[in-house]
Design a protein around this ligand. Structure first.
Ligand SMILES: Cc1cc2nc3c(=O)[nH]c(=O)nc-3n(C[C@H](O)[C@H](O)[C@H](O)COP(=O)(O)OP(=O)(O)OC[C@H]3O[C@@H](n4cnc5c(N)ncnc54)[C@H](O)[C@@H]3O)c2cc1C
Ligand code: FES
Length: 263
C-alpha cells in the first residue's frame, strides 16, 4: 500500500556525481517489490517543485531502512545528493509495478547500465529470498548474474554489494574495467545459457538488449525511466505508447515485458 513517510538520512556514501543514502523510517515499511520506486520531495531547492522518481536500491525491514542510489543530473538530484546525514526526506512509496519473480530453475541475467544498476540489487536479493536461499556455507546460491555496464570504471559503483548477491560481469565503453564495449557485446552471451533478462539503463541500451532478446528468443523485462511528475497515474506525463495503447509508466510500469512495447 502506498504511503508517505518522513525518512531521516542515517548514512551517506558519496561518489563523484552520485550518492548512496540510507534512510530510516520511524514507522514500519510497507511491503516493497524489487523494481518499484519512490517519489522524493526535494526540500531546499526552489527550482524542483515536483518530486523526483528514484528506484529502491535496497530495503532492510528489520531496521526500517531503504537505500537510494542517486546520480546528480540537474537541480533536484544535486540537492538530494548534497543532503547531510540527519536530514529529513519526505518520500511516497512504494510506486509502480516491480519485476516479475523468475521460476526456480531460471538462469537469470540482470543487466544495468549507468545508474540503471540501482533497482537490480534489491530485486536480486528478493529472488534469493523467494526462490534460492543460501547453500550449506550460508553463501547466496548462484543462478542470478549481473551484467553491469558503464562508460568508464567511474560509472560502476558498489560492485562489492552486487558481488555479495551474484556473479558480476562488467563492460565499459573505454575498456577501463571489464570487457571493452557495450553490454550486448559481452562474451557471456556466447558461453552462458540465459533464459530471463531483466534490464534497467539508458534507452539505447535497453532497445539493443530487447532486439537481442527477440532474436535469441529470451524472455525479457525492462524498467523504463520516462519523465515523471505525480508518480501515481494522475498527470499522464509519463505515457508510453505500447501495443495496448498509451500506458502510464509510473502506474502500469516502470517494468514492462518487451513483448508489450512497440520496440
Ligand atoms: C522509475 C524511475 C526510477 C529512477 N531511478 C533512479 C535512480 O535510482 N537513481 C537516479 O539517480 N535516477 C533515477 N531516475 C532518474 C531520475 O528520476 C532523474 O534523473 C531525476 O528526476 C532528474 O531530476 P533533476 O532535478 O536532477 O533533473 P531535471 O532534468 O531538472 O528534472 C526535471 C524534471 O524532469 C523529470 N526527469 C528528468 N530526467 C528524468 C529521467 N531520466 N527520468 C524520469 N524523470 C526525469 C524530473 O522528475 C523532473 O520533474 C529514475 C527515473 C524513473 C522514472
Ligand atoms: S507521472 Fe503522473 S501519470 Fe505518470
Amino acid at each position: 500500500m502506498k504511503t508517505i513517510i518522513d525518512f531521516q538520512i542515517i548514512e551517506k556514501q558519496s561518489f563523484p556525481r552520485a550518492a548512496l543514502l540510507k534512510l530510516k523510517s520511524t514507522t514500519p515499511l510497507p511491503e516493497i517489490c524489487g523494481g518499484q520506486f519512490v517519489n522524493v520531495r526535494v526540500d531546499g531547492c526552489d527550482k524542483a517543485y515536483l518530486r523526483r522518481p528514484i528506484s529502491i536500491h535496497d530495503v532492510d525491514y528489520q531496521n526500517n531502512t531503504i537505500d537510494l542510489l542517486i546520480q546528480e543530473k540537474h537541480e533536484g538530484t544535486k540537492t538530494l545528493c548534497a543532503l547531510p546525514v540527519g536530514a529529513k526526506v519526505n518520500i511516497v512509496l512504494p510506486l509502480g509495478n516491480g519485476f516479475t519473480m523468475p521460476e526456480k530453475d531460471d538462469n537469470v541475467l540482470l543487466v544495468g547500465g549507468g545508474i540503471g544498476i540501482a533497482p537490480l540489487l534489491y530485486f536480486a536479493k528478493t529472488i534469493h529470498d523467494n526462490i534460492q536461499g543460501k547453500d550449506a556455507m550460508n553463501r547466496v546460491c548462484t543462478g542470478v548474474h549481473f551484467l553491469l555496464g558503464g562508460r568508464t570504471k567511474d560509472d560502476l559503483m558498489l560492485l562489492e554489494r552486487f558481488r555479495s548477491v551474484g556473479d558480476v560481469f562488467i563492460t565499459t565503453n573505454d575498456g577501463s574495467m571489464g570487457e571493452k564495449g557495450f553490454v550486448t557485446e559481452h562474451s557471456l552471451w556466447n558461453t552462458m545459457k540465459i533464459n530471463k533478462i531483466y534490464a534497467c539503463g539508458p534507452m539505447p541500451m535497453m532497445k539493443a538488449l530487447a532486439k537481442m532478446a527477440h532474436e535469441k528468443g529470451i524472455w525479457c523485462e525492462v524498467s523504463l525511466e520516462n519523465q515523471m511528475a505525480c508518480g501515481i497515474g494522475a498527470c499522464l506525463c509519463c505515457v508510453e505508447n505500447t501495443k495496448e495503447g498509451n500506458l502510464c509508466v509510473c502506474k502500469e510500469g516502470p517494468v514492462f515485458n518487451i513483448e508489450r512495447l512497440l520496440w
